[in-house]
Design a protein around this ligand. Structure first.
Ligand SMILES: O=P(O)(O)OC[C@H]1O[C@](O)(CO)[C@@H](O)[C@@H]1O
Length: 553
């Protein structure tokens, strides 16, 4: 594919943006057909782009761009296991992890779904054993607490889903409490260990590579803690650790018993891995049936992605509206704003999914790109962010594209009618805030009728014209969360396909890992001396400061 910036549709979109100039969303929104034209439904999901600075012609040109970038062929390549991760010479087959058991997917002469289903079955056995209270620690007591040790994709996805679906714990199982520790400084683990009983605690050592220093360090600390309290290292390893990784050898070398090893494949990227055995904490939280519902929701979205026309395709439309903002309106910031406390970690999860995937500046051909790629993305629960950073959205100088996400229904499962009503009132208030904010961002102060007596005071002005998309889900369930996550995964893929970059590698984080190890050596210097040749003056200064402060303490 030639550079997207050389395509006819790219040029036409530049002209469209010029023509649109400063035209305010207030004017565009004044059209009764707009909502119908720019919103789409699929299986309990609604995507509304009518608050984007998009006109019918804009959408037409964006779809033309997608076609000129051979998007449909690229989607097919992804889903059929072509080796599209060029720098690592392998496919990216996270979508295969959510195939129904009876489907086949042949890649390199192998039906890979056989291995996937076998891994799910092994996971199910472990989950059921723990839920039945039959997984016992070295003292014979059943496990009641599970700590997931992992970082990046081995932490953020499971953490986000466990938090979002905490209400979906099956009633007929003995509950286990799930905790997460990721930070290399040990602060989360130290906090957990203060409260935990070693006799009833199981650790999941979760790392695709099984060589990430952050997780290795936490696992080593956990291992010492257990051996210190319980003795007998061999039994501790056997009865208090499960390993999840792409490497059997490394798990065995570390001491994980073979029966406690869950394996996944190098064609599953870390940030796309929550559907694999990396999702073990999720299955422990919501049961294997719930986990399979999550997979089913994602699979339904995969099918929608594969078969819907581009003009009706939710991930394609979400991605194209992003491309319009980033590449043609120069809007380089993206906020993720869920209006549901259960989605607290969804923005964090998306920061890795989007920025580690598409934070690239080299094309698939190895050329420097001459257009912007992934924007800076951040987020927070919408109602809380209203009291934190919405000031900037309303009156700051930055243009920001916002995704508002909310469920339509909530709390119907509460049995006590009075409590149900109270919480449903709160949910209604949350939805009202969601719609009010996106409206205000679109219209500015025109959203509110002016009184004759109103003085046009500059500090009271809301300029509006901030674009946003709204994603509504009928209700938050394992199935709909699966859909929502897959929707964003595919959005990321579509943007990468347009930008002609590889969303499945992350070479930009490798050098940092290497250099940190050399830096740690400097902090161990017994003579408190820093080799001036090994570091720049700024870093030498910081190292010396620490060495002398440590010596004095
Ligand atoms: O699962 P692993 O191999 O420990 O890697 C953890 C994370 O580290 C990264 O490689 C980045 O440092 C991510 O891509 C990955 O999700």
């Amino acid at each position: 594919m030639s550079r997207p910036s050389n395509l006819a549709s790219w040029y036409a979109l530049q002209q469209e943006a010029k023509q649109m100039g400063d035209r305010h969303l207030r004017e565009m929104s004044n059209n009764d057909q707009r909502y119908q034209e720019l919103s789409r439904h699929f299986d309990g999901l609604l995507l509304d782009l009518s608050k984007q600075r998009i006109e019918p012609l804009t959408l037409q040109l964006l779809l033309q761009l997608a076609e000129e970038c051979q998007l449909s062929t690229k989607i097919n390549d992804l889903l059929t296991g072509q080796p599209i991760n060029l720098s690592e010479k392998r496919p990216a087959l996270h979508t295969a992890l959510r195939l129904p058991a009876n489907e086949e997917l042949w890649v390199d002469g192998q039906d890979i779904n056989l291995g996937i289903q076998a891994s799910l079955d092994k996971m199910q056995q472990l989950v059921e054993k723990i839920h039945a209270g039959q997984w016992r620690g070295v003292t014979g007591l059943p496990v009641t607490h599970v700590v997931n040790l992992g970082v990046g994709g081995s932490d953020l996805g499971p953490l986000m889903v466990c938090h979002a679906l905490a209400d979906f714990k099956p009633k007929n199982i003995s509950p286990v409490k799930i905790q997460f520790a990721s930070t290399i400084d040990g602060s989360q683990l130290a906090e957990s260990l203060k409260e935990l009983n070693p006799a009833t605690t199981l650790f999941i050592f979760s790392s695709k590579s099984f060589s990430t220093i952050d997780t290795l360090t936490n696992a080593k600390t956990a291992r010492h803690w257990l051996v210190d309290k319980l003795g007998n290292e061999e039994l501790v390893l056997k009865q208090h650790f499960i390993g999840v990784s792409g490497s059997t050898e490394k798990m065995t070398q570390w001491g994980i018993a073979e029966e406690n090893q869950l394996l996944f494949w190098d064609w599953v990227g870390g940030r796309y891995s929550l559907w694999s055995a990396i999702g073990l904490p999720i299955a422990l939280q919501i049961g294997m049936q719930g986990f399979r519902q999550l997979l089913a929701g994602a699979h339904a979205l995969d099918q929608h992605f594969a078969t819907s026309r581009l003009i009706d395709n939710l991930p394609v439309l979400l991605a194209l509206s992003g491309i319009w903002n980033i590449n043609f309106l120069n809007i380089r910031a993206q906020a993720i704003l869920p209006y549901d406390g259960r989605l607290k970690y969804f923005p964090d999860y998306l920061t890795q999914l989007e920025m580690e995937s598409n934070g690239k500046s080299t094309s698939l051909k190895g050329e420097a790109v001459d257009y912007a790629t992934c924007p800076v993305l951040w987020g927070e629960l919408g109602p809380n962010a209203q009291h934190a950073f919405y000031q900037l959205l309303h009156q700051g100088t930055e243009a920001v594209n916002c995704d508002f996400i909310a469920p339509v229904h909530r709390y119907h499962e509460i049995e006590d009618p009075e409590a149900r009503k109270k919480f449903q009132d709160q949910h209604r208030l949350s939805l009202a805030n969601c719609f009010a904010q996106s409206r205000l961002l679109m219209l500015g102060d025109a959203a509110v009728p002016k009184l004759e007596s109103d003085q046009p005071m500059p500090h009271l002005l809301y300029r509006g014209n901030q674009p946003s998309s709204t994603l509504l889900i009928d209700e938050l369930t394992p199935y709909s969360l699966g859909q929502l996550i897959a929707l964003y995964e595919h959005k990321v893929f579509v943007q990468a396909a347009i930008w002609n970059i590889n969303p499945f590698d992350q070479w930009g984080v490798e050098l940092g890992k290497k250099i940190a190890l050399a830096t740690e050596q400097a902090l161990l210097a017994e003579d408190q001396q820093v080799n001036p040749e090994a570091f720049d003056p700024s870093t030498s200064g910081l190292l010396k400061h620490c060495l002398t402060t440590i010596k004095q303490s």
